[in-house]
Design a protein around this ligand. Structure first.
Ligand SMILES: [Zn+2]
Length: 292
């Protein structure tokens, strides 16, 4: 198993919340978002509330090791206080870069900031009656004061499946890896896809593997989950291990979403694997170390 990864415990010292005990204090954490990027200090950590303009409209995000964290959205390209001589309190980084350089609780907090502030920017008006939505105290959700429509924050569930089959006699099991036509095309990745409305995570895992590589699954087991902000704010990845129903079946790709799919022995995986901060990699490392 990957060092430091405990399925279900990746939140660490970060506790999401929307009901602050007190107004923002100068030493509280400031998660400043512009578009799809966050402001990070020179050491890669987040600035403090005191480093941002006093009139910033803060939104509560929760706590990190007991310290309150606040989010705010600033115009794209904002570079810091304009007072002469002030250095900008950091530079803009995408979630991919933050997740690669920060421990999981901080990456999760960054993902929550992106999700909450994007949700607030894109859910300002009631979709049913066009009135201006209001915050629901203690929640990240919003409600229409006129017609009562309740608008919970958007969360998109996606599944990842690590499919294995027995290897040749005396060899290790084999893992199915795929290459995508879009996105990081140089990586060998796991089969993945978004869950449809009305579908269970397990059904989505079986459907995606069937659609993408034409294989039926035997045993399917839940592995763990990870909040993920690269495929869009508010994505929740659920990882599964699975066995191929027919060990002799070969994967077939459609050539559009996927360009390649093949079995790799777990003791001879390719070097081009997903990054260390991803649940894809935690799944692959878990299987590889179990086979060693
Ligand atoms: Zn309404």
């Amino acid at each position: 198993m990957a060092a430091g990864f405990v399925p279900g415990a990746s939140g660490g010292g970060f506790v999401p919340g929307a009901e602050p005990a007190a107004p923002p204090a100068p030493e509280d954490l400031a998660l400043v978002v512009a578009g799809r990027k966050l402001l990070a200090g020179p050491d890669g950590r987040f600035p403090r509330v005191a480093e941002l303009p006093a009139d910033t409209a803060w939104v509560p995000l929760g706590t990190l090791d007991g310290r309150p964290a606040w989010g705010a959205e600033l115009p794209d390209g904002w570079q810091g206080p304009v007072d002469a001589g002030d250095e900008p309190p950091g530079r803009w980084r995408g979630w991919r870069e933050l997740a690669a350089g920060l421990p999981a609780p901080l990456a999760d907090l960054a993902g929550r900031a992106l999700a909450v502030l994007t949700f607030r920017r894109t859910h300002r008006w009631c979709g049913a009656c066009r009135a201006e939505l209001a915050d629901v105290p203690g929640e990240s959700s919003r409600r229409c004061p006129d017609c009562g429509l309740y608008v919970p924050i958007r969360l998109s569930a996606a599944v990842l499946v690590a499919v294995t089959r027995p290897g040749p006699p005396g060899g290790t099991d084999e893992l199915l890896l795929v290459r995508h036509a879009q996105g990081p095309t140089d990586l060998w990745a796991l089969v993945a896809g978004f869950v449809e409305a009305g579908e269970s995570l397990e059904a989505a895992a079986r459907r995606e593997v069937g659609e993408e590589v034409g294989l039926a699954l035997g045993r399917l087991a839940y592995f763990g989950s990870q909040p993920w902000a690269i495929s869009g704010p508010g994505t929740l990845l659920a990882g599964f291990t699975a066995t191929a129903a027919d060990p002799a079946a070969e994967p077939v790709v459609d050539g559009r979403e996927l360009v390649r799919a093949r079995w790799f022995p777990l003791d001879a995986l390719p070097p081009e694997l997903p990054p260390a901060y991803s649940i894809s990699r935690w799944l692959i490392d878990h299987l590889a170390s179990a086979a060693a």
